[in-house]
Design a protein around this ligand. Sequence first.
Ligand code: 4NP
Length: 153
Amino acid sequence: MPDPKPESILIVCLGNICRSPTAEAVLRSKLADAGLGIEVDSAGTGDWHVGDPPHADMIAAASRAGYDLSQLRARQIVPEDFERFDLILAADPSNLEDLERVRPAGNSTRAVLFAPYAGRGVDAIPDPYHTGDFDGALDLVEAACDGLLSQLQ
Ligand code: 4NP
C-alpha cells in the first residue's frame, strides 16, 4: 500500500538557516505550481539560530534560482510538530536521529530522509554551512522536491 498523501510536511535540518528553509521555499513553490494544497514548514534540531533569517549565501543562491528565503526565520523543532505534521523529512541521517529524540511517546508520524527522493543514490543533503556549496545544496533540494512531488501527484 502506498503511504497516504500528507496534508502537511515539516522539513528538518540542524540550524534551520540553510537546507531546510531552502527546502521549505522550493517545495512550497513547486506544490503551488502543481496546485497541491499541502502545508509546508521547516525547523532545526538545534537552537543556535532561532529567530535568525537564513544564511546570507543561502538566500543569495536561492534568489538566483527564483526563490525568496528572506522572510523566513529559524525555529527549533518541538514535540508538538509530531502532532501537527503528517510527514517529517530530515536533511541528513544525524538530523533524523536527533529529531527522533523529540518524538512524543506513542506518536507514529512518518519521519524519513529527504535526499533519497532526488533519486541520486545519496541519503544526505551535504550541509553548505560547512561545505560552502550553497548552489549544490539548492540543486539537490530541488531534485528531492521534484521526486517527492512526483510521488504526491
Ligand atoms: P543547516 O546548516 O542545518 O542546513 O541550517 C547549519 C547551520 C548552522 C549550523 C550548522 C548547520 N551551526 O552549527 O550553527
